[in-house]
Design a protein around this ligand. Structure first.
Ligand code: SAH
Ligand code: MG
Length: 199
């Protein structure tokens, strides 16, 4: 693929996400993630929440030696991800799993785990997949600020569901802060990113 057609395809994928309200990672988050991977020589990634494959594609493009395994439970998004990865010719680098991550076991260990799925389930994803993490590996979680709502006074949030979700994200933040096995940083990048490095 030429650089021009790669850019054109990415633009198409982003447009699809916008049109179909698929919450893909914001540019600032993607820049951080790919730079982090290069700096930390990340070679293998397990992603929870592929959606249409956008973040996996961006990670794969940042380094041709990177291998990504990514899990998606929504059929329509999974099929769109399959299509996008094929179009970009990244089948060798990206393995897609169509399943609920909480009902799947993944073989092998990874340098990095990227959690970007149901925001109320972060503790469960973390605990389920940390056994797939290499020594001194990193678990990165997206949407820790949830559009700024995590810092808001909870009574100001009108929707009950949303309040529940924000409480869950706060619980996850406390869980990470109090986890003695990891060094944790919270970054005000994109929609908020947590970086937990295994000691
Ligand atoms: N990482 C993607 C965006 C993911 S959006 C990107 O930045 O391009 C979150 C996705 O997680 C949604 O598509 C949703 O269907 C999926 N998801 C939520 N809970 C899940 C679960 N338990 N198992 C697998 N996928 C899940
Ligand atoms: Mg996200």
């Amino acid at each position: 693929m030429t650089n021009i057609s790669i850019y054109a395809e990415i633009r198409e994928i982003k447009k699809y996400a916008l049109d179909h309200k698929v919450p893909i990672m914001v540019d600032e988050g993607i820049d951080f993630l790919t730079t982090f991977m290069i700096k930390n020589q990340i070679q293998t990634v397990l992603e929870i929440g592929s959606a249409i494959g956008y973040s996996a594609i961006m990670m794969a493009l940042s380094n041709p030696n990177v291998k990504i395994t990514t899990i998606e439970r929504d059929r329509e998004r999974y099929l769109e991800a399959v299509k996008n990865i094929k179009k970009m010719g990244l089948e060798e680098q990206i393995t897609l799993i169509f399943s609920d991550a909480l009902e799947t076991t993944v073989e092998g260990t990874f340098d990095m785990i990227f959690i970007d799925a149901a925001k109320g389930q972060n503790i469960r994803f973390f605990e389920k997949f940390e056994s797939n993490l290499n020594e001194h590996g990193v678990i990165i979680t997206d949407n820790i600020d949830f559009h700024g709502l995590v810092e808001k006074n909870i009574e100001e949030i009108e929707s009950r569901n949303l309040r529940g979700l924000i409480r869950k994200i706060r619980e996850y933040i406390d869980y990470l802060k109090n986890n003695p096995k990891y060094d944790v940083e919270f970054l005000k990048i994109g929609d908020g990113i947590a970086v937990a490095r295994k000691k």
